[in-house]
Every structure is written in structure tokens, then in C-alpha cells.
Design a protein around this ligand. Structure first.
Ligand SMILES: *[C@@H]1O[C@H](CO)[C@@H](O)[C@H](O)[C@H]1NC(C)=O
Ligand SMILES: *[C@@H]1O[C@H](CO)[C@@H](O)[C@H](O)[C@H]1NC(C)=O
Ligand SMILES: *[C@@H]1O[C@H](CO)[C@@H](O)[C@H](O)[C@H]1NC(C)=O
Ligand SMILES: *[C@@H]1O[C@H](CO)[C@@H](O)[C@H](O)[C@H]1NC(C)=O
Ligand SMILES: *[C@@H]1O[C@H](CO)[C@@H](O)[C@H](O)[C@H]1NC(C)=O
Ligand SMILES: *[C@@H]1O[C@H](CO)[C@@H](O)[C@H](O)[C@H]1NC(C)=O
Length: 292
């Protein structure tokens, strides 16, 4: 397992295809190896029709959880959702000149180093990426976007954590570091391309983030292979972004949210809609008049 994490962490230095085989069904957490100005492999799944979310489980035998998992993400959140103890989340991303922005076709991803302290564990940052609109919903409502910081356990286990932030489009406020990073989008308009992002300073962002309240639940990756046992921490209040920046993001990521999954522990939406299994045929009233 250590060599697996090593390979992922150092993928930028020693480009190679990262095909990690780990326990807990978390065998594919980093879909590419990237080099600055290099190219990356575009995933086989999409947010379209036949290769879209309703069919992810049929695209690859490793994706079965996308169809029949019982702790899948995203889910509906509301006031009854568990929260992480206040002050128990600490994000730390050192200032860096060597973050890499990647266009995966399905998403844009920023690769950089950092740590998260949450649920009494320390996690290692792999990348963060964007979904438009949000994947999770609060009281049934989507936000304009959702940012996912993806971490692996630093103890060598295959566990994953995701720290998530909703984005709300605003006239008067923005989040400067996200705006700075997204200002590089014109350099990666072609899926598969990468560029180096200079002077990424997350200090103000993380100072704010570490004071927020977080929903906490155990779910899955929201992309194939939909691996479970993912610790989710989702900020209850959104971060702002100017509309111009949001539009540049959306023009690149298009619509890339997975549909809402069943509540944790319940049969997956796909399984529960198989007719023979669960349909209750409504009783017809006999002798009713039909009108045209
Ligand atoms: C990437 O390529 C562009 C155009 O060829 C070049 O100007 C830029 O310096 C390169 N970036 C890096 C980090 O090598
Ligand atoms: C499933 O994942 C394993 C481990 O990562 C990999 O070796 C195998 O090629 C994958 N199967 C398919 C059909 O892609
Ligand atoms: C999900 O489907 C796979 C492949 O058909 C099967 O091996 C696995 O047992 C199923 N899991 C559940 C929880 O039904
Ligand atoms: C909160 O969400 C849960 C799970 O979806 C649902 O069962 C419950 O009715 C919701 N409660 C409120 C107050 O919306
Ligand atoms: C992350 O840290 C490793 C060494 O700890 C370094 O080799 C790598 O270049 C760093 N990656 C980025 C994107 O800064
Ligand atoms: C973290 O550790 C404290 C003290 O041991 C414990 O009370 C708390 O429940 C733990 N929190 C989590 C989320 O595991």
C-alpha cells in the first residue's frame, strides 16, 4: 500500500499510469498522471447519455458500486444531517508555485500538496476539483458549484476523505484564491491539457474554512468507480465567487454533477427502480368510466 500512495503522490515527478490496487474497493482514486504542459488520459465515463451516470456501472466491471452501492454520494442534506464537532476540521495547504491545473474533459482538477485534520485523523491532499452545479443539495436545493478537496489517509490505509465547499455566485464578494486559479482556465480549454498555476496562496481561504461548520457522513466517490468508505465533510455555508468566474468555470466543466443517491444504507436508486423487483402495480378501480 505504501508504494501505491508513493506512486500517487509522486506522479508529477515520475509520470506513470497510476493503477493502484488497494483494499476497501478504493482502487482508482487518481485517474491520470500529469506533467506540466503534458497530456492526461480522458476518463471513459461522461455526464452525457449512454456513458453518463445512469450507466456508469455497466462501463467497467470495477464500477459495480455505481449501480448497487448502498452508501453512495451525493445525498440530500438538511438540518438533521450529522455535523463534525465545531473546530475539528483543519485544512493546511502550504503556499506553492507548482500546483498543476488539469482539464480531464469531465472536470478541471488542481493538483497540489496539503493536509487535512478531521475526525481525529490526518489526511494527505491529492487534488481538488469542481462540479457545476453542486452535487450535494441542502433542503433539496443545488448551489451553483461544489468544490471537492480529495484526501487519502496518511496512515497508509486506502481510506479517502473529501472536504467540500458549495459555491454561491455573488456580485459583491468572491474567493480570491479560487478566482486566481480559475484565471488559468483559458490555458486548458482542450480536454487532456495541463498548465502550471503560480503563487497559490490558500492561507486566507483555509483560515476561513477552519472556522466553518461541516456536515459529516460516510459515502462514496461521486465518479466511477464510486468507491465507498469515503469520509465526507461538507461546509454548511457556501463560499462566494463572482459570476464572471463562475461562468468561465461552467463553460469548461459544463454540467458534471451526479444525480442524488439514496440515503446512506438504503438500496441504490438504480436497483430500487428495477421493475420486477420493486414495482407495486396499482390496483385499478373496475367499472370506472373513461372519457376522452
Ligand atoms: C507550457 O508551454 C507554453 C507554450 O509552449 C510555454 O510558454 C510555457 O512556459 C510552458 N509552461 C511550463 C511550466 O513549462
Ligand atoms: C479494474 O481495476 C483493476 C485494479 O485497478 C485493474 O487492474 C483492472 O484492469 C480494472 N478492470 C478493468 C476492466 O478496467
Ligand atoms: C453488486 O453487483 C456485483 C456485480 O453484479 C455483485 O458482485 C455484488 O455482490 C453486488 N453488491 C451488492 C451490495 O448487491
Ligand atoms: C432530511 O433529510 C432526510 C433524508 O433525506 C429526510 O428523511 C428528512 O425527512 C429530511 N428532514 C427535513 C426536515 O427536511
Ligand atoms: C508535493 O510534494 C512532493 C514532495 O513531498 C513534491 O515532490 C511534489 O512536487 C509536490 N507537488 C506539488 C504539486 O507541489
Ligand atoms: C476524537 O477524539 C475525541 C477524544 O478522544 C473523542 O471524544 C471524539 O469522539 C473523537 N471524534 C471523532 C469524530 O472520532
Amino acid at each position: 500500500m505504501f508504494s501505491t500512495l508513493f506512486a500517487i503522490g509522486f506522479a508529477l515527478v515520475a509520470p506513470r499510469t497510476v493503477v493502484a490496487s488497494c483494499a476497501h474497493g478504493v482502487e482508482w482514486i487518481h485517474p491520470f498522471s500529469a506533467t506540466v504542459n503534458g497530456t492526461v488520459a480522458i476518463p471513459a465515463f461522461s455526464y452525457g447519455t449512454t456513458t453518463g451516470p445512469l450507466n456508469w456501472h455497466n462501463l467497467n466491471t470495477n464500477n459495480t458500486l455505481c449501480g448497487n452501492g448502498t452508501n453512495q454520494s451525493p445525498i440530500l442534506l438538511n438540518t438533521t444531517t450529522s455535523r463534525a464537532p465545531y473546530g475539528s476540521i483543519t485544512l493546511n495547504v502550504p503556499i506553492t508555485d507548482s500546483a498543476v491545473l488539469v482539464n480531464l474533459g469531465t472536470n478541471v482538477e488542481v493538483i497540489l500538496n496539503g493536509t487535512l485534520k478531521a475526525a481525529n485523523s490526518t489526511w494527505k491532499l491529492l487534488q481538488f476539483h469542481f462540479h457545476t452545479p453542486s452535487e450535494h443539495r441542502i433542503d433539496l436545493a443545488h448551489h451553483e458549484a461544489e468544490i471537492h478537496f480529495v484526501f487519502t489517509a496518511s496512515d497508509g490505509s486506502a481510506k479517502l476523505a473529501v472536504l467540500a465547499f458549495f459555491v454561491q455566485v455573488e456580485d459583491e464578494h468572491t474567493t480570491p484564491v479560487i478566482e486566481d486559479i480559475l484565471s488559468y482556465l483559458p490555458d486548458v480549454q482542450i480536454p487532456g491539457t495541463t498548465t502550471q498555476v503560480h503563487a497559490v496562496d490558500m492561507s486566507a481561504f483555509q483560515e476561513h474554512a477552519n472556522k466553518l461548520s461541516y456536515y459529516a457522513y460516510t459515502g462514496s466517490l461521486t465518479t466511477p468507480p464510486c468507491s465507498e468508505s469515503v469520509s465526507w465533510f461538507i461546509a454548511t455555508s457556501p463560499i462566494p465567487l463572482y459570476i464572471k468566474v463562475y461562468k468561465a468555470l461552467k463553460d469548461t466543466t459544463k454540467t458534471n454533477n451526479r444525480y442524488t443517491q439514496d440515503n446512506p444504507g438504503q438500496t441504490s436508486n438504480i436497483e430500487s427502480t428495477i421493475p420486477e423487483k420493486n414495482w407495486v402495480v396499482p390496483t385499478r378501480h373496475k367499472g370506472g368510466s373513461s372519457s376522452h
